[in-house]
Design a binder for this molecule. Structure first.
Ligand SMILES: NC(=O)c1ccc[n+]([C@@H]2O[C@H](COP(=O)([O-])OP(=O)(O)OC[C@H]3O[C@@H](n4cnc5c(N)ncnc54)[C@H](O)[C@@H]3O)[C@@H](O)[C@H]2O)c1
Length: 458
């Protein structure tokens, strides 16, 4: 056996002696080669992208209960982000964070060194802006390392096609890959899904979801400060730039759209949409302030999505499904707790309540990690990439419909040739940014009805 050879029995033995539970969702039943982690039962973790979610995902990983786990490497393009993430995790999980200075990697190639610090069967966390997802996934596959990658997993057609092709290699190697659509691991939504499929609200005719609140994260950006390079500015404020994140639309709205599609048990085939920019002062980002999308499923059912990032307006962050016999509340206020309920008829009056999920609920950010790490320990097939790409394409198709003012099908988006960041795998800290500002420091914004087959020119 080479030093990286899998040790098939160690984790199973551990699970038997600790009474481990069966793994969660997304299990495929094909025969695949076994890939296990390190020689002992410790799952080693590397974090690539040490921002807010990366630090949170690492904390979730280190909080899993199925056996020993530790963080051994960290990578980020910016030293300040890595240092603060390391401090936070070290304080919270001392003893489980073993990241000396020579396993802290700064720069665009840091992901390679972080992955090189792992053994096949360990797990790498990808929580950079999504533009880098396929680049990092490709290397993890080469090295035989399991992956947790945050949503969205792609923001344009070319990356979506690339991710699916790469995933064929990941499946051949039996890599476990989790995608951060954590609502899919929510117990309450899982129970609601079964009830809807069993006909509790009749045929699902329409769904609607809302994510409407004031500007958050880097939704809007003022002019670039002189002390930052274009590339650094665009990466630090990635929600403002379509190449990096798919903008606020893909980044913020994918969860509500995805949970609706889950309940419908399908993906929409076409979208039409509108949106616009309103009181933006000197903002230079590429986002619209509000988006309204009508998605249509193959059977004619509709999903209406409303997104808005404006202060002073009605706020709502929720999803609903309307059936021929009743209505379901999929989520009511953010992602968790979901407080799923069903009612007879179309009014959510208490008197019409049929079922509600009992409180308290487990946190889906934690359950998605329990499921992934258990699949690694039990060596169960576990791969959420296809679903992650499909959800990302559906989000991008609504965004493109709004940004171009055209009717956009799933296939239009998936096959679209507009690659937002063609050289993303070649970037260095000295590179030009994928998007250029004009002489006034402004970036191209979508112009529906004028630019009809690309979301922006530039
Ligand atoms: N599932 C959820 O509910 C959820 C919540 C928040 C964020 N997210 C997702 O997580 C991802 C990160 O979001 P965030 O809020 O943590 O942003 P963030 O800006 O806080 O963190 C991103 C980090 O990645 C680093 N980075 C950027 N490019 C890099 C590269 N090429 N290599 C290494 N590091 C790089 C940045 O410097 C930063 O530290 C996004 O895809 C976002 O959609 C998901």
């Amino acid at each position: 056996m080479s030093e990286h050879s899998p040790s098939p029995s160690t984790r199973r033995t551990f699970l038997k002696t600790t009474g481990g539970l069966a793994a969660g969702s997304a299990l495929l039943s094909m025969a695949v080669p076994k890939v296990h982690a390190a020689e002992d039962s410790t799952v080693q973790v590397a974090l690539v992208g040490c921002g807010g979610r990366g630090t949170g995902a690492a904390a979730n990983a280190l909080s899993t209960k199925s056996g020993p786990i530790k963080l051994v490497a960290m990578a980020d393009v910016f030293e300040d982000r890595l240092a603060s993430s390391h401090n936070n995790l070290n304080k919270q999980f001392s003893g489980l964070v073993d990241v000396p200075n020579d396993r802290k990697f700064i720069g665009f190639d840091g992901y390679q060194k972080a992955i090189d610090s792992l053994k096949p069967g360990d797990v790498a966390i990808f929580t950079t802006p999504p533009a880098f997802r396929w680049v990092h996934f490709k290397y993890a596959i080469e090295k035989g390392v399991n992956v947790f990658m945050e949503k969205p997993v792609t923001v344009d057609g070319p990356a979506s096609r690339k991710m699916l092709a790469l995933n064929e290699e990941a499946k051949k190697k039996n890599l476990k890959v989790g995608v951060g659509l954590m609502c899919r691991h929510c117990d309450a939504r899982g129970e609601l899904f079964k009830r809807i499929q069993d006909g509790e609200i009749g045929d699902v005719i329409a769904l609607r979801c809302y994510r409407m609140h004031g500007p958050v994260a880097s939704f809007e950006s003022g002019p670039k400060p002189a002390n930052l390079s274009e590339l650094e500015y665009q990466i630090r404020r990635f929600h403002s730039f379509l190449w990096a994140s798919g903008g606020a639309f893909s980044d913020f709205y994918i969860h509500n759209i995805d949970e609706c599609c889950w309940m419908k048990n399908g993906w929409p085939v076409v979208a039409q949409a509108s949106g616009g920019r309103h009181y933006r002062g000197d903002s230079v980002d590429q986002n619209f302030d509000n988006y309204s999308v009508e998605y249509t499923f193959d059977d004619g059912a509709k999903l209406f999505h409303y997104g808005r990032c404006m202060p002073g307006c009605h706020d709502e962050f929720a999803s609903y499904a309307h059936g021929s016999k009743g209505i379901a509340a999929i989520s009511g206020s953010g992602h968790s707790p979901a407080r799923c309920r069903t009612y007879k008829g179309q009014k959510m009056d208490k008197a019409n309540l049929v079922w509600e999920y009992p409180q308290p609920e487990r946190n889906p950010y934690q359950t998605e990690w329990e499921d992934l790490v258990m699949a690694i320990r039990e060596d169960k097939p576990y791969n959420e990439v296809q679903r992650g790409v499909e959800a990302s394409v559906v989000a991008s198709m609504g965004r493109m419909a709004a940004h171009t003012g055209q009717i956009i099908t799933y296939d239009d988006l998936f096959n679209c040739e507009h690659e937002f960041a063609p050289m993303v795998d070649k970037l260095t800290l000295k590179s030009d940014a994928p998007l250029r500002a004009n002489a006034d420091g402004k970036y191209p914004v979508p112009m529906p009805g004028i630019n009809k087959d690309r979301e922006y020119i530039g």
